[in-house]
Ligand binder design. Structure first.
Ligand code: NDP
Length: 455
């Protein structure tokens, strides 16, 4: 008679929780996953997937315009937001079905409801208690917003993905991934977009050349960016909302969206009561093996304070299950994680920014700005930027920063090159594919003159 009901209970069926659970199930562990909302979690239901479908949908606006230069007469295109949302939702239903099937095929029990730790080996769901040798907390995160008067009137990315109709105007507060991605979507669909950032620039943490160029491209497309601006209050009025800024300016808008970061979903699920140590921001403190301060309780993904990206949560889920259920100890390597921002145009990046690289030692910078070939005929005024950062001592490429169509796809493969420790000489020895934008990465020969700091 086993000591526990299950070998593993996972709280949360998002990307990380599902990967860990189904691998553990596949290795013969008795697994249950507890989910209070939909299978798939943030990425599939409220994040990456629906957002990217909207990015595709919105980009047709530019595609129809660009087609004219190639001889197409597409008439006056019309767009129906409810159709896009309905089709997107159909796809999410399909994906949820696949997630359920994958879990069941791996022998994983799905328990619907909100799970809460009753002790280090027990989870309570709707008054029922289930015991397990290990508990994996994979509860993800949720939009977090500052305490501003009128904050109850605003939407987050959760609601933005399901608006019943498009507003004529929107104010988006924040300048991170979500803010710039949604600014691009709404702007392309004809909404008047204002982005409010408290800092001097969007996308803190990204390479400055990318930040500056994307901000300029967004502004060229008609997005207003209010820099070093603080929102004092939001008031509802008869037609929409008044956003009162520090100083005396007031912006009138149809809708206000906040994209000011995400907080871990760790409140009220019995973690601290069970002795699990949390960081100040509420994330679960874990060691390299995803283990919390309580031996039987593990955590991964967005509810820990590491890298908030789906593929990272998936890698952590795999590492957890390989280590604990397949006798194959694996730690996640957090170096050189490629990432993308699906802004318009999009960003692809891997490795160190110029600023980070300079702190480590002398570097060479190669940078190329050009108009993509497609836009010679489309006439679109959009810059593509490619930047390589090379360690002077080792000749290794230690940072790649790209802005332009297809750059997320290119960055994925640059991630492989950086993992292999590729040198600039090896980039140069690689024959380009002509005509592509990516060939620029293997043909950049001129170092940017070094003034000791970024230009
Ligand atoms: P980010 O952390 O990327 O950005 C938050 C933004 O909000 C920053 O511009 C920040 O400004 C601003 N901000 C924070 N607090 C306040 C405040 N009190 N008042 C005004 N502005 C504030 O968060 P997001 O919500 O955009 O995204 C959350 C996470 O989700 C990301 O970090 C990312 O890891 C993940 N994600 C990844 C995507 C992808 O891979 N493509 C897409 C979407 C999300 P400041 O710079 O001054 O701190």
């Amino acid at each position: 008679m086993p000591q526990y009901d299950f070998d593993l209970i996972t709280l949360g069926a998002g990307s990380g929780g599902v990967r860990a659970s189904r691998l553990a199930g596949g290795y013969g562990a008795r697994v249950a996953v507890v989910e209070e909302s939909r299978l798939g979690g943030t990425c599939v239901m409220r994040g990456c997937v629906p957002k990217k479908l909207l990015v595709y949908g919105a980009h047709f606006a530019e595609d129809f315009e660009d087609a004219r230069g190639f001889g197409w007469d597409v008439g006056e295109p019309t767009f129906d937001w409810p159709t896009l949302i309905a089709n997107k939702n159909k796809e999410l239903d399909r994906l949820e079905g696949i997630y359920g099937r994958i879990l069941r095929d791996s022998g994983v029990n799905i328990i619907e409801g909100r799970g809460k730790l009753a002790d280090a080996h027990t989870v309570e769901v709707a008054g029922k208690h289930y015991t397990a040798e290990r508990i994996l907390v994979a509860c993800g995160g949720w939009p977090s917003m500052p305490d501003v008067p009128g904050i109850e009137h605003v939407i987050t990315s959760n609601e933005a993905l399901d608006l019943p109709s498009l507003p004529e105007s929107i104010v988006i507060v924040g300048g991170g991934y979500i803010a710039v991605e949604f600014a691009g979507i709404f702007n392309a669909l004809g909404v008047d977009v204002t982005v409010i950032i408290r800092a001097g620039n969007i996308l803190r943490g990204f390479d400055d050349d990318i930040r500056n160029t994307l901000a300029a491209e967004m502004e060229k497309k008609g997005i207003t960016i209010c820099r070093e601006t603080i929102v004092r209050s939001i008031e509802k009025n008869e037609t929409g909302y008044s956003v009162r800024l520090a100083g005396s300016e007031v912006l009138e808008t149809d809708l206000v969206m906040y994209a000011t970061g995400r907080a871990p979903n760790t409140k009220g699920i019995g973690l601290e009561e069970a002795g699990v140590k949390l960081e100040k921001n509420g994330s679960v403190c874990v060691n390299d093996w995803n283990q919390s301060s309580v031996e039987s309780v593990y955590a991964l993904g967005d509810c820990t304070d590491r890298v908030q990206l789906t593929p990272v949560a998936i890698a952590e889920g795999r590492a957890f299950s390989e280590t604990n259920y397949n006798d194959n100890p694996i730690k996640v390597d957090y170096a050189d994680i490629p990432s993308a921002v699906f802004s318009t145009p999009p960003i692809g990046t891997v490795g160190l920014t110029e600023e980070q690289a300079r702190e480590k030692g002398p570097i060479d910078v190669y940078i190329s700005r050009f108009k993509p070939m497609k836009h010679t005929l489309s006439g679109r005024d959009e810059t593509t930027l490619m930047k390589l950062i090379v360690d002077q001592k080792t000749d290794k490429v230690i940072g790649c920063h790209l802005l332009g169509p297809d750059c997320p796809e290119i960055a994925q493969i640059l991630g492989v090159a950086l993992k292999c420790g590729a040198t600039k000489a090896q980039f140069d020895a690689t024959i380009g594919i002509h005509p592509t934008a990516a060939e620029e990465l293997v043909t950049m020969r001129e170092k940017r003159p070094d003034h000791g700091s970024k230009t």
